[in-house]
Write a protein of this length. Sequence first.
Length: 390
Amino acid sequence: MKRLPLLTAVVALVAALLPSLPAQLLGLALAGATVLLAEPRSFPTRAVLHSVLLAATAAGATALAVAWSMGLQRGAYVGLTVFLRLLALLLVTTVASRRLDADDLHLLAARLHLPRLGLALGLALNSLPHLAEAGRDAWIALAVRSRRRRPRLRHLPRLAEVLLAHTARIAEEATAAAALRGHSQLFRPLLGATPVPPVVAVVGRSGTGKTPLLLRCATVLAERGYPLYGFVQPALSENGQKVGFEVLDLRTGRRALLARRVGLEHGQHGTQFQFEREGFALARAAVEAGPPRGLLVVDELGPVELRGGGHWPAVHRALSRRTPAVVVIGLRRHLLAAFLAELGAEAVTVVDVGMGDAAEAAVLQAVTAAFSSGVELPPGCTRGNRTELE
């Protein structure tokens, strides 16, 4: 925003917050001037007019609710002041959202010595288009399911539930993306002062074969006598379609259902899956029951774990109480930098599942090379130099 529109916007907000009715009228007038100054060419367009109409409708509905709750005499005056204040605020924020982006908000907050607030506001602003897209998709899905042009009113709570779940998921992904750009203010340290053992990270996009690769490597390493423990999450399929996931305990062979596909309408956390406690319980038992200085395998860590949720509490306890000699983890490639930065890992080997047949040999070589000298290697195992495979 240029200086003059910015100045009028600030004065409009200050005037709208004053208790005097003339001051609030002045604030509304200045808010309108801000719209004209910031959008001189696009004001007559339908998009801008729709934004103004939406702001007026929202302010009017809120004012009517306030007036109704306070009675006719006093409520009329209070409702009018609420309407003027909200309309001025919504007009200014509408213009700001069209003129500012996340980097602008972050820079402004940094100048005010509020970097954490600026990052949060910027991420929220960048998440709005994704949330709007999720709302549109959910609306269409509800309409198709009800076989109507538009969903019924009784379907709106389900729509709200889907939007809330998508909001949480988008927030997780946006925060992870911010970490990749070096903005780590929204993260809390995952391990604190806990020493991090050597890490072998198997990376790739979703559905590219990370879990089968980890399972093959775990089988070979267990046959060689390594003290291996942890879990993987194989997909469950019916008639060639993925219908869910299960947790497989690599030490005991026990299995438990982790997630099953139920559709977007009934899914949890903005997904098409419903998650089961039994799966998380087995994963927790798998990582906590391993031997000290063993070989821990975890498949996989995602945005939820990056924020300290999901499987992370169990993995954290395993790393803190029974520090493994080596950790092998499955990750989506775009989360690799954020995870390694938060873990504070220094000895890292990265193996891309896209390497094909060479990926399995690379993982086995990396584990052998990184395994601690404090653990007795089984017969036939040799140590090698650390390599980093991108």
